[in-house]
Structure formats: C-alpha cells, structure tokens
Write a protein that binds this ligand. Sequence first.
Ligand code: UTP
Length: 289
Amino acid sequence: MKVKKAVIPAAGLGTRMLPATKTVPKEMLPLVDKPVLQYIIEEAVDSGIEDILIVTNRAKTAMDDYFDYYPELEHRLAASGKEGQANEMRRVADMANFFYVRQRETKGLGHAIARARRFIGDEPFAVLLGDDIMMSKVPVLRQLIDAAEKYNCSCVGGQYVSDEAIGAYSSTKLVRLEDRIYDVLDINEKPTPEEKLSNFAVMGRYVLTPDIFDILDATPPGRNGEIQLTDGLAALCHRERMVAVDYDARRYDTGNLRGFLEATIDFALRDPQTGPWLADLIKSKAQTL
Ligand code: UTP
C-alpha cells in the first residue's frame, strides 16, 4: 500500500469561532505567521503526500487563492530586494499539487469526504481535518501511513483522553498489536459513559481504503442530520481490517477559541523569532495578575 493523495475537509461553517469566521475561513486564521491550513499541508507533504484535495465551499475562496501564484506581489518583493520573501511565496504554492472541490451543502464530515471519490479513484488516501494541528517530531500522518502500510489496511489516529472528554469524541474498542498500535473492533460517536468503548478517541487524522466511499454513500444522516464519518468508520472496521495509532504528538483543535489561543502561544514560544520575547512578556504580565 502506498499513500500519495490526501483530502482536507475544510467546508465546515466554523460556528465556534464566530464572528471572525463569518468572512475568514477558520483554516485561514493566522497562527503566529501563517494560516492554520499551511501547518496541515506541511504535515501532509512531510509525510510523503503529493496530491492534495481541499474540500471547500462558496464562502472560502481565500484557501485556493493562498496556494496560487501572486506574480504582482512576488515582483514587488523581488524589486525591493526581498527575494527571500518572494521565493517563500512561490515555495508555498509549489509544495504540492492542489485540487479543490466544493461541498455544495454543509451536510457533515462524512458527506465532505464523499466529495473526494472521483479524485481518489481506487487507491488508499489520507484525511487531515482542516482545523486540527499537531506538534510532533515525526509528522503524525507519517506515523499513520507507516502503520497502514505495515498492516495493509485503513488506519485511524487518536489519543487516550479523560473520562470527562471522551463524550465529545468517538470512542473505540481496541486490541493491542504493538506499542501505540491497535486493531479496531468498533467505533461509536460521542458516547455516554455507558456507551463508551474505551478512552481512546479518534481525532483528526485517517488513512482510508476507497471502500469507505460506498459506505459513506449508503450512510443515512445521523446526529444533526449530517452524514457522520464515524458511522462510516464503524461500518468499515466491521467489513475489513482497521488499525489505530496512538500518535506521538501534542494536538490542538484550532476550531475552538481556547485551542486556537493555546496553539498560538505554544507555536509562538517555539519560534526563535518570537519565543524569548513572548516568554518574557507572559512572565511580566503574570506578575500583574
Ligand atoms: P468541525 O465540526 O470541527 O467543523 O468539523 P465545523 O462544522 O466548521 O465547526 P463548528 O462546530 O461549526 O465550529 C471537522 C472538520 O470537518 C469539516 C470542517 O471544515 C472541519 O475541518 N467539515 C465539517 C466539512 O468539510 N463539511 C461539513 O459539512 C462539516
């Protein structure tokens, strides 16, 4: 199994980040000095992905503009001696082959991924959610692809979360295979404490076989009238082998304000340009609280 294509569903309405996200896609909010989406694309590229399909909608054209060339800007930068910045603009647009498809109605994550069928064809592919970013040594998607290739099957990424948190995610019934890798026997979405299968929550990254498309097309709308990816994953793991990777990373959900703020602080602290200055600033502000 070789995974060379990725799908980034980014057509959600971003209601948890309103009012900013009324006109700025949440995937384009700047985290330190680049949009959230660029971190996700860099993770995909660093994991060996070459072709990336972004699922977008009519209000989110800023995403395809960002990964396009902008000759006027590049010429202006180059003419004023800022070749480095001009080259960086090109590098971002050339990172991968970008493709776009519109989700014409906001009918859920499963529905968004189903829009990728013609682009994917008959090969395994990666999914990276457009608002989950990772801080890790080995790119998280690479950790999943390694497991998917080793066991020759679909692979979901996730982490163990607290009893209080699991109800907000999907829980999984697992059998341990090796350090950080499990067979997946079942998955359910937003379980009550009684329904919980374990505290392992599936979050943000997936490698799927194309069999998911027939399943998603046949999946009826679930919670909120949306086609839920989790329902599709449950059917897929009943039909064929699926493994889970407990990925080694710090995950940030930038689709909610606290996650976004924490990611901003952590990434700015890690950046040599801003880190020492921000650490001093936080210390001096903390003294005045
Ligand atoms: P979220 O539930 O985090 O995104 O979906 P949302 O719907 O934009 O968020 P809120 O709750 O309104 O704030 C997870 C991922 O699935 C995409 C989102 O863009 C996000 O990357 N998604 C969700 C779609 O592409 N289409 C949908 O219909 C729903």
